[in-house]
Design a protein around this ligand. Structure first.
Ligand SMILES: [Zn+2]
Length: 351
């Protein structure tokens, strides 16, 4: 193995010294690979040259397979990138472009800046389009969550909330408008989402989430986003999500502080009850209406949840599994704390 790696490095180095083009150097490495593979096949077991070059053809075939997969992924990503660029050019020149794949020209242009990111690419955009996300609560946290997920191209967005838009909501619940006061929040949010991205299949549920319907509803979605503001609601979301095996990306705020994490006991992360097994005392459990809240804070936390959701769906980066991100808005500080499952958790202890 090492001997072959050494030979490859020498070949590459000589090529570099002689200013041989990259393509020609890759051909040389390909030739070296063919020779080594032929030696593995032709020479008998135990032959010194065969041993010095790896000892088995299987290893080299696995390496070749990995390289081919990598090249195919790169090729696919480059094609999508070129496609997005071609559409931009065509739009600039007012020329028609033929549609391709699962996306229309209009969608490709809409998501071009996102598809260009190597961590998202065409595969990530397809995953977003196929994703089914349920947002519980169309309030301060739900507002940015819904807008950014709709903008990002999440295919199906469910939204459940029993309330109507009130004047005192508008300083933080930016998905709703002054004109929509008195309208059910889910329909007001539906208007905004459709106006932003007509490709989203938005499903409004104008009712409270109850234990009776939670599991049935969760089964229609892959991922739950919790933007509720009471312990009881969070605990109910946590129980139903654990029972249905759905991960929950949860955000919470109080006064000047917010937190974001992912609850996913089916995949090693804690559930809500692991961290908060008991309801807080009534004086600790005040909601926004009692303590007050700066309007941008749920905006920050909801936007972080939208980012984590996009990462979760596309597999980009590192999520908040086993961590809770805490944002102290008053002192402009963030910190991460480790969180873990509890073996004696009454909700997820036996899964
Ligand atoms: Zn638990």
């Amino acid at each position: 193995m090492l001997f072959v790696a050494f030979l490859a490095a020498v070949l590459w180095g000589i090529g570099a010294l002689m200013r041989v083009p990259h393509a020609a150097r890759f051909y040389m490495l390909g030739l070296l690979f063919v020779i080594v593979l032929a030696l593995q096949i032709i020479l008998p077991d135990g032959h010194p040259l065969r041993e010095a070059t790896g000892g088995s053809p299987a290893l080299w075939l696995m390496i070749a397979g990995g390289v081919v997969l990598g090249l195919l992924y790169r090729l696919g990503w480059q094609q999508l990138k070129r496609r997005a660029e071609a559409i931009e050019t065509a739009r600039a020149e007012n020329a028609p472009v033929q549609p391709t794949g699962p996306f229309s020209d209009e969608e490709l242009e809409r998501y071009a800046r996102q598809i260009t990111l190597p961590d998202i690419g065409g595969g990530g955009q397809r995953a977003l389009k196929e994703a089914r996300v349920l947002v519980v609560g169309a309030g301060g946290i739900g507002s940015p969550v819904l807008l950014y997920l709709a903008g990002a191209g999440v295919g199906r967005l469910g939204i459940i909330d029993p309330d109507t838009v009130a004047l005192s909501n508008l300083h933080r619940q930016v998905i709703h408008t002054d004109d929509n006061q008195g309208m059910p929040k889910v329909f007001s949010a539906q208007q905004a989402v459709k106006a932003l991205n007509p490709h989203v299949d938005l499903r409004p549920y104008h009712r409270a989430l109850t234990p009776e319907i939670a599991e049935t509803l969760f089964n229609d979605y892959d991922l739950i986003l919790d933007g509720t503001d009471t312990y009881q609601a969070r605990a109910m979301v946590g129980r139903a999500a654990t029972a249905t095996g759905r991960p929950v990306i949860a955000g919470a705020i109080s006064a000047w502080e917010g937190q974001v994490t992912i609850y996913d006991p089916a995949d090693g992360a804690p559930c809500f009850a692991c961290l908060f097994p008991k309801a807080p005392s009534p004086d600790m459990a005040a909601t926004c209406s009692q303590t007050g809240v700066i309007g941008a804070l749920p905006g920050v936390i909801g936007t972080m949840m939208a980012v984590e959701t996009i990462k979760h769906i596309t597999g980009a980066g590192q999520g908040l599994r086993g961590r809770m991100l805490i944002y102290d808005a008053l002192h402009a500080e963030t910190r991460n704390v480790r969180v873990a499952r509890r073996a004696d958790c009454t909700v997820c202890g036996d899964i």
